[in-house]
Design a protein around this ligand. Structure first.
Ligand code: SF4
Length: 216
């Protein structure tokens, strides 16, 4: 339930924040947006999801169990957090009368070949500029399946389906991971001060995959 992070949202004296005051505008879009989203943002909000845990849970296909007056329901974590769209004030698909009662982690084929990489401005007490949860299901050195999820780049943990599909059936190799990383930032739309995140995300994906694949 960690909310997205944005200095304009936290500064109560900042006049323009659609997340804090819907319809008031977004101070970050034309402001200092170094930490903001490069993927999945809208013209209403470019804040980023700052959690590490939810990024890893997304790579592991966690299932969130909810309970409310109408009973219980389950939701995959990939569908739990929301992109900002027209309603950036709503961070998740949890209804106002629901509680999270448990989280399931299904048995995973990724346990032995996975890595979480967090890139940040300083070594502690800092949120990710970019983070990557990378996991490979290997048969010898052949990739049967992969999960790549980015943190710090979008309003929710960002599932890199393009990278995952690109890797299936191929053999673990440094140049392969470098090539695959390009798909991680497909459709990215950086702002004035955060364009560096595009290259940073690609390099972080390459490095996380190389460590997960046992070649770095
Ligand atoms: S990016 Fe989102 S949270 Fe930040 S100022 Fe804009 S609307 Fe508010």
């Amino acid at each position: 339930m960690q909310r997205t992070r944005c200095p304009y949202f936290m500064d109560a004296s900042a006049l323009h924040c659609n997340k804090r005051a819907p319809g008031s505008g977004c101070g970050a879009i034309d402001g200092f947006n170094r930490s903001h989203a490069i993927l999945g943002a809208s013209d209403k909000c470019i804040a980023t999801h700052p959690s590490d845990m939810c990024v890893a849970l997304t790579a592991l296909d966690a299932v969130i169990h909810l309970r409310g007056p109408k009973g219980e329901r389950q939701i995959p974590i990939a569908e739990f957090h929301r992109l900002p769209g027209e309603t950036p004030q709503v961070d998740t698909n949890l209804q106002r009368d629901e509680l999270i009662v448990s989280i399931d982690l299904p048995a995973s084929p990724y346990a032995s070949h996975s890595h979480y990489l967090k890139v940040r401005d300083r070594a502690s007490y800092e949120f990710a500029l970019v983070s990557v949860a990378a996991a490979l299901e290997l048969e010898e050195h052949r990739i049967r399946s992969a999960r790549i999820v980015l943190g710090g780049v979008a309003h929710k943990p960002w599932l890199c389906k393009g990278v995952e599909e690109f890797l299936i059936g191929k053999t673990v190799d440094a140049s392969l991971f470098q090539e695959a990383s390009k798909a991680a930032v497909t459709g990215s739309k950086p702002c004035q001060y955060n364009a560096f995140k595009v290259e940073l995300a690609k390099r972080a994906v390459t490095r996380a995959l190389s460590i997960a694949g046992g070649i770095a």
